[in-house]
Design a protein around this ligand. Structure first.
Ligand SMILES: Cc1ncc(COP(=O)(O)O)c(C=O)c1O
Length: 373
C-alpha cells in the first residue's frame, strides 16, 4: 500500500544537511551584512561564533576555536599542512574522506614515515595498532560508510604525538573525548544544518605548542598560516579571520547555535540523533531485505546512516529516484564511492517524526521497484 502521508520535510541529505525545524531565513540577525568583517559588529559576531561553539561543546580550558576558510576540508588541510612532518604518522581510514587525507599525506605532503590502516566499507581498522608516539589522523565518523569509532579508549592519554580528527559529521551528534583530541575539525553544513564554505578548527594546547615549535619544510599558502613570527595567530581564534568570511553564513551559524541552546545544549542534539537512529534500527529489525552497512552496532553512525538492500544497483537507483520524485526523500542514495545503498541523514536537524513517516515509504518504494523495474 502506498503510504498517504509524506514526511513534512523530505530533506535527508548528508550535506548540506536539512535546516533546523522552524528555520526562517528572515529571522537571522543580518545587521552585520554589508559591513566590514573587521568592524566592531562583524568581529563580535565572529568571536561569538567561536566562543559559543566552545561553550556549547564544553571544551577543556585552553582549547581554541577558530573559523577558517574552505569548510571542513579547509580546516583539515590547514591542520595537516601546518602540523604534520614532525613525527611519524598513523592514519586510520575506512571510507572515502579518510582515504582522501591519506592521499594528502602521501602524495601531496610526500611524508614517508607513514603507516596506514584501512578497512573495507562497513568496518573499522584495528585502532589498537595506533602508536601513541606517532601523530594519528582519522575521521570520527565515516560519513560515506556510516561507521564511526565507538569511543576514544584506544587513544593514549599520555601520547607523544597529536591526534588530528575530522569530526565533521560527529560534532554535536556524538560525545567526543576532547582531552584525547588535539585537533578537531567540522563544518557548519552538517549536524546543525548550517552553511558550507567555512570550517571550524579546534586546537588543544598541545597542538598550539607544536605550531609554535615546528616549521614545516613545505610552502604554506596564506590561508593555511596559523602562526605569525613563530607564535600562534591568536586573532584567528577571536574572530579575526585570515580572509573575508561570509557574514551571512556566520549569521546562519549563530542562529543554529541559538537553537541548540534553546533545546538545552549539546546533550539535546546528541539525544535527537540517537532517537533518529533508533527509528531506523526498529525498521531494520522488522525487515529482512534491509540492513546496516556498519557490521558492528557499536560503530553505527547516528548521523549518516548507511543501509544495504536486497536490490541490484539499477533498481536501487530507481528506488532513490522514485522517493525523490514523490517528494518523500531527497538525496538519499549512497555516496558515489561507497557500496550501493541508501544513506539517510539522522543529524540533529532531522525530525524523528519525519523519519517515522519515511519508513513505510521505504517499504513501498522497495516493493514497487522490485516488482515494476
Ligand atoms: C568525513 C568528512 N570529511 C570531510 C568532508 C568534506 O567536507 P566539506 O565539503 O565541508 O569540506 C566531508 C563531507 O561530507 C565528510 O563527511
Amino acid at each position: 500500500m502506498k503510504p498517504s502521508t509524506r514526511p513534512a520535510n523530505p530533506n535527508f541529505s548528508s550535506g548540506p544537511c536539512s535546516k533546523r525545524p522552524g528555520y526562517e531565513i528572515s529571522s537571522l540577525n543580518l545587521t552585520t551584512l554589508g559591513r566590514s568583517h573587521r568592524s566592531a559588529p562583524g568581529k563580535k559576531a565572529l568571536e561569538k561564533a567561536c566562543l559559543e561553539t566552545a561553550s556549547i561543546l564544553d571544551l577543556p580550558t585552553g582549547y581554541r576555536v577558530g573559523i577558517v576558510p574552505a569548510s571542513d576540508t579547509g580546516a583539515m588541510e590547514m591542520a595537516m599542512w601546518s602540523l604534520l612532518g614532525a613525527r611519524p604518522v598513523d592514519i586510520f581510514y575506512w571510507e572515502s574522506f579518510g582515504k582522501g587525507w591519506l592521499t594528502d599525506i602521501e602524495q601531496q605532503l610526500k611524508l614517508d614515515n607513514v603507516r596506514s590502516f584501512s578497512a573495507p566499507y562497513g568496518h573499522l581498522p584495528d585502532l589498537g595498532l595506533a602508536d601513541p608516539d606517532h601523530d594519528i589522523v582519522f575521521a570520527w565518523n565515516g560519513t560515506t560508510s556510516g561507521v564511526r569509532v565507538p569511543d576514544g579508549d584506544w587513544i593514549s592519554a599520555d601520547r607523544g604525538g597529536l591526534t588530528i580528527c575530522d569530526a565533521t559529521s560527529a560534532v554535536f551528534a556524538m560525545p567526543l573525548p576532547w582531552e584525547k583530541l588535539d585537533v578537531v575539525t567540522f563544518s557548519w553544513q552538517k549536524v546543525l544544518g548550517g552553511e558550507g564554505a567555512h570550517g571550524i578548527l579546534i586546537l588543544s594546547p598541545r597542538a598550539v605548542e607544536r605550531l609554535e615549535h615546528w616549521t614545516p619544510p613545505w610552502p604554506l599558502p596564506k590561508i593555511f598560516r596559523l602562526t605569525k613570527n613563530g607564535k600562534l595567530n591568536e586573532g584567528i581564534f577571536k574572530g579575526s579571520t585570515i580572509n573575508t568570511p561570509s557574514m551571512l553564513c556566520v549569521a546562519d551559524y549563530l542562529d543554529t547555535l541559538a537553537w541548540v541552546r534553546s533545546l538545552g545544549g549539546q546533550s539535546a542534539t546528541i539525544a535527537r540523533c540517537r532517537q533518529n537512529l533508533a527509528v531506523i534500527e526498529t525498521f531494520v529489525a522488522e525487515n529482512s531485505w534491509i540492513d546496516f552497512l556498519a557490521g558492528d552496532p557499536a560503530t553505527r553512525s547516528n548521523t549518516s546512516v548507511c543501509l544495504v538492500l536486497e536490490l541490484d544497483d539499477e533498481r536501487l537507483s530507481a528506488m532513490v529516484r522514485l522517493l525523490d520524485e514523490q517528494g518523500v526523500a531527497h538525496d538519499i542514495g549512497a555516496y558515489r564511492d561507497a557500496p550501493a545503498g541508501l544513506r539517510i541523514w539522522c543529524g540533529a536537524t532531522v525530525e524523528k517524526s519525519d523519519l517515522e513517516l519515511l519508513m513505510p515509504w521505504l517499504e513501498w518504494a522497495y516493493q514497487h521497484t522490485k516488482e515494476h523495474c
